[in-house]
Write a protein that binds this ligand. Structure first.
Ligand code: HEC
Ligand code: HEC
Length: 302
């Protein structure tokens, strides 16, 4: 809808539009009425290239009618559609309304298909080519911006194909992740751990958990301080899907690999957000998406 900051602009736009159209009518009427004095033989007296004379003939009828028709068209259009300031037009047409209507028509068309899908369990849907195709287009439109077109993610955006899950990889957990979103929080812990040296030592210990290159003396020194971390990451550092705390013993690094990256995570903390999708997608669409995502790490046995 038209959003004017003041009444003035409404009247200004509507006024200028109407006056312009009416002025054209007036011009046409007036120019047909006044009798312009002409010289002998109807000439305006203008001559070019020695013998080309400009005459003062009336406008051709067909031209006048065309002009009147375009003006009438403009007037009728202005009455039917939102053109005169904030006047909505007799048809009450809006681009948003048209979009909504088209969207609803589209949804109605695919509704039977989705109704059938919603009856099928995720594991079965994940083997259904038609469902996977719809899942793929939903994923491209809604998820690929963050998780990448191949669902392999990037720094801070998790890979959804590797079977490594922050919040759990069974259909239920995946569906909750998509529907409600997820907020992963690791507070800054430098002070809890101790001196900067202690922090570096814990980081070396974390690297040792996955067998990554580390200083074993520092890692041994850092082991005790890992106590600060076990509430979330577990005593063995294997993570906890209840709070999205990742497994630190594998070689998947969502927030960067290496001692420096771990030190940064401890010092700055981490806040990572997956926005809820139920504001954008219907339950049926999320059901199909769940199957699409689940299939990525559970390919059909052949
Ligand atoms: C704005 C970016 C963004 C969009 C859009 C987005 N995600 Fe996410 N998603 C994330 C982030 C970031 C995380 C990780 C949250 C965390 O650290 O716990 C995540 C986590 C997830 C998880 C949990 C992963 C795990 O390891 O447990 C799933 C499943 C998921 N997303 C699926 C989807 C699907 C399907 C869509 C599309 C409907 C989608 N996401 C759209 C950013 C996004
Ligand atoms: C309050 C719970 C909590 C505590 C305590 C905690 N973490 Fe975390 N940590 C998390 C969460 C949640 C994430 C995952 C953020 C995400 O999903 O994006 C995380 C992520 C990490 C990562 C990034 C892993 C990756 O894949 O890139 C590292 C490294 C890490 N934590 C190390 C530690 C260390 C070391 C400690 C102890 C000093 C610690 N954490 C204490 C909750 C915690």
């Amino acid at each position: 809808m038209s959003d004017f900051t003041s009444e003035f602009w409404h009247y200004w736009v509507a006024g200028v539009t109407l006056i312009s159209i009416l002025a054209c009518f007036f011009l046409l009427w007036y120019s047909g009425k006044v009798d312009v004095k002409s010289n002998e033989g109807n000439s305006t007296g203008h001559v070019w290239d020695e013998d080309m004379t400009e005459l003062n003939n009336p406008l051709p009828k067909w031209w006048v009618y065309m002009f009147v028709i375009t003006l009438l068209f403009g007037l009728i259009y202005a009455l039917l559609y939102p053109m005169l300031g904030k006047f909505p037009g007799l048809l009450n047409w809006t681009s948003a309304g048209q979009y909504q209507a088209e969207k609803e028509a589209n949804l109605a068309e695919v509704a039977p298909k989705f109704a059938a899908f919603s009856q099928m369990p995720v594991e079965q849907l994940a083997r259904d080519p038609a469902a996977l195709q719809i899942g793929e287009s939903l994923f491209m439109n809604n998820c690929a911006v963050c998780h990448a077109v191949d669902a392999r993610g990037s720094l801070t955006f998790p890979n959804l194909t590797d079977g490594d899950w922050l919040w759990g990889g069974d259909p239920e957990a995946i569906k909750v992740s998509i529907t409600q979103g997820r907020v992963a929080v690791m507070p800054p812990l430098a002070e809890a751990v101790g001196t900067p040296d202690d922090v570096t030592n814990v980081a070396h210990y974390v690297m040792s958990l996955s067998g990554a290159p580390h200083d074993s003396v520092r890692a041994a020194a850092g082991k005790a301080n890992f106590a600060t971390c076990i509430a979330c990451h577990g005593a063995e550092g294997k993570g906890n899907t209840a709070m999205g705390a990742p497994n630190l013993t594998d070689d998947v690094w969502l927030h960067g690999f290496g001692v420096d990256a771990v030190v940064r995570s401890i010092n700055m903390g981490i806040m990572n957000v997956m926005p809820p999708q139920n504001v954008l997608l219907s339950e049926d669409q999320i059901h199909v998406l769940t199957a699409y995502v689940w299939a990525k790490s559970n390919p059909a046995p052949n």
